[in-house]
Design a protein around this ligand. Sequence first.
Ligand SMILES: *Cc1c(COP(=O)(O)O)cnc(C)c1O
Length: 400
Amino acid sequence: MSKFAKASQPDAQGHFGPYGGRYVPETLMHPLMELEEEYFRAQHDPEFQRELSYYLKEFVGRPTPLYFAERLTRELGGAKIYLKREDLLHTGAHKINNAMGQILLAKRMGKTRIIAETGAGQHGVATATVSAMFGFKCVVYMGAVDCERQALNVYRMKMLGAEVVPVHAGQKTLKEAVNEAMRDWVTNIRGTHYILGTAYGSHPYPMMVRNFQRVIGDEARAQILQQEKRLPDLLIACVGGGSNAIGLFYPFLEDSSVKMIGVEAGGEGIIPEKHAARFHGGSLGVLQGTRSYILQDEYGQIQATHSVSAGLDYAAVGPEHAWLHDQKRVEYSYATDTDALMAFQRLAQLEGIIPALEPAHAVAEVIVRVPRMSREQIVIVNLSGRGDKDVAQVAAKIKL
Ligand SMILES: *Cc1c(COP(=O)(O)O)cnc(C)c1O
């Protein structure tokens, strides 16, 4: 194994180099360790893996196609572009890969109640969906501002039988929703499992969520080898907490010929409080259970963030990405709101696919990079979700 693959396994306390770990109150240490133990047992249990594969195939809709974007490729005149179609999954985004893995784990642990946090509502909908399917009680914490911005997803969650709790503290967005979910977990630890939605938080979450999302990269690797008889030259994915990106990247980390770019939200430009590009203005800090790159002021107070895409609008990034950044294994760039909106329209009109605003940031990077590449090269873009949820927001910004 190369040094990347090995070092990308966290140590026993969940550190990726200087990042990650467990920064939680005493009362959460025990449930985190219990979760870690049960996860390792499940990971090596063929019966658990069989059950997970079954539901991923029959309910979630895997495998997703690796689709050659012929018109976008011709238009940009460079490398061949393939889209990993996570937008075709049940509930419309990659989030359900992880939600399904974790609900099966909760079932195994004898839990009866599920809690989750959500920003745009995609993770909340995925969690409400798997909870309904297995008959769990489900409570989703969501910032009051997000509840208003994403009213349709609030309604979807309620329709699925979940209780949605609006959080009125602070900026009333994702960060405050995570705080409330952690408070709930401390109080109701016995019967409750917390389904965290991205490759973030205390160990074992970043590693566990990555392992539930690596199915994206495992499939893409097999598909490109079958279709092109060789590995891709470049992988591109958007980075919020980092789960869809690490899910695609992880199975290629040992392949040194494969370059990778993670795209963060540049918002209105790299000005404090106007973006969420943690690698362009962030610094080392601790937030919500882990150590990573964080957008903070000189006193260590968490800065406000902005992005047109709620799913990328968070002040911290997953610890494995921080480590891969420092190792220079993955390059991290950003796309602004304007770049993402242009890419959103371009993909819709050239390929007949309306992407979510999050992966529209990845498509914006494709539009910049691909024309500088040769026609023999191959790029895979993770199309992490579909854009139905964003249509009203885009309509307010773009006149057609
Ligand atoms: C939530 C979300 C993201 C961002 O989360 P990651 O954990 O960084 O993947 C990206 N795309 C879509 C469609 C999402 O719903």
